[in-house]
Design a protein. Structure first.
Length: 343
């Protein structure tokens, strides 16, 4: 682990005060990933086929190319969460367009802020990409993409014995796979120096990191922090300015942080203990998860807690993304987030 910065870690002894949690946004659909801008504007992935722009005053505007009506948690929950247009990870392109990793259409898309959309990539070496999950742009304007699995529906890949996820890179040479063999590749982040690429390995219940070489190749793969982060499966994460890595544990709906010296701190627990225990027992069996077991899991604050985003002018407002929520909970942190490349 890297050496701790000077001074005490602001997360030691701190936990989220549930009474201080507020929400923004209404009638959202699968706000899995959230982008924050300096002026307070939020952009949330939306299952209707684009993103919801939420102004600082709470006003919102759905930006889509063509609106899909398939998402209906009150109806067929499995169909809604597993199929259709499922914009997932988001990133700002250099020109402020929005890069969208679409978990439903299995491709990387780019959309202007007015909704004009085009497909950037849907194949690699002439083959379908698989379940495109997340997208990240670095300071060199390279685009990093995660593909969780080649299995469809993705719920069949929520198992402990499958590792068919990979990471692809888009640069001036085109698109290529730079690392593979991950147990459901999810969000990725770069540290402040862009020296290491951190990977949320969902079905491994852990974070791994790889050293970024000048040509974009990845080496020196290693586990970062605990080899098992406990109940739930890691989905999204974000660095704060101290070097803590805040991680969401979906299905158990826990928020934990890996400190620079590798310790895991629990910041919030919102899952139902009985349902979490049932989930953990079924996951440990190594068999594909039953959707009923998945559906029964999670909490009430941000159901199926999926991502964490730092925003606000001082980057100390924390927004929580979710797969089953219809609003975005937020609270104040004792430390600022690490600015993303667009900040």
């Amino acid at each position: 682990m890297s050496a701790s910065p000077k001074g005490p870690n602001p997360l030691k002894g701190w936990q989220v005060d549930r009474s201080q949690i507020r929400t923004i946004g209404t009638n959202l659909q699968r706000p899995e990933c959230i982008l924050a801008e300096r002026d307070g504007t939020l952009w949330a992935a939306d299952a209707r086929g684009g993103v919801m722009r939420i102004a600082p005053d709470g006003g919102q505007d759905l930006v889509t190319q063509s609106q899909s009506q398939h998402f209906d948690l009150a109806g067929d929950q499995a169909k809604s969460l597993l199929t259709g247009t499922l914009p997932n990870g988001l990133a700002f392109a250099r020109n402020s367009d929005i890069l969208i990793s679409n978990f439903g259409t299995d491709r990387l898309e780019i959309m202007t802020r007015k909704g004009e959309t085009r497909v950037l990539h849907d194949t690699i070496d002439g083959k379908p990409m698989g379940k495109v999950n997340f997208v990240l742009r670095d300071s060199k304007d390279r685009i990093w993409i995660t593909v969780s699995t080649m299995v469809n529906p993705w719920s069949d890949a929520i198992r402990s014995d499958l590792a068919d996820g990979y990471i692809a890179l888009v640069d001036e040479k085109g698109i290529r796979v730079v690392a593979d063999g991950f147990a459901f590749t999810n969000e990725i982040r770069l540290d402040a120096e862009e020296e290491w690429l951190y990977v949320a390995e969902t079905c491994g219940k852990r974070v791994v990191r790889l050293k970024v070489q000048p040509d974009g190749s990845l080496t020196d793969r290693e586990v970062y922090g605990p080899s098992n982060l406990g109940d739930g499966l890691i989905d999204g994460f974000a660095f704060d300015a101290y070097g803590n890595l805040w991680c969401t544990m979906i299905f158990a709906d826990r928020l934990v942080a890996i400190t620079p010296d590798g310790e895991a701190l629990t910041l919030l627990e919102d899952g139902d203990p009985q349902q979490t225990a049932a989930f953990e027992a079924e996951f440990a069996s190594g068999k594909p998860m039953r959707f009923d077991t998945l559906a029964a899991s999670g909490g009430t604050i941000a159901p199926w807690l999926a991502s964490v985003t730092f925003g606000g002018l001082d980057l100390r407002t924390v927004y929580l993304g979710s797969l089953k929520g219809n609003t975005i909970p937020y609270f104040r942190a004792p430390v600022a987030g690490l600015p993303l490349v667009h900040w």
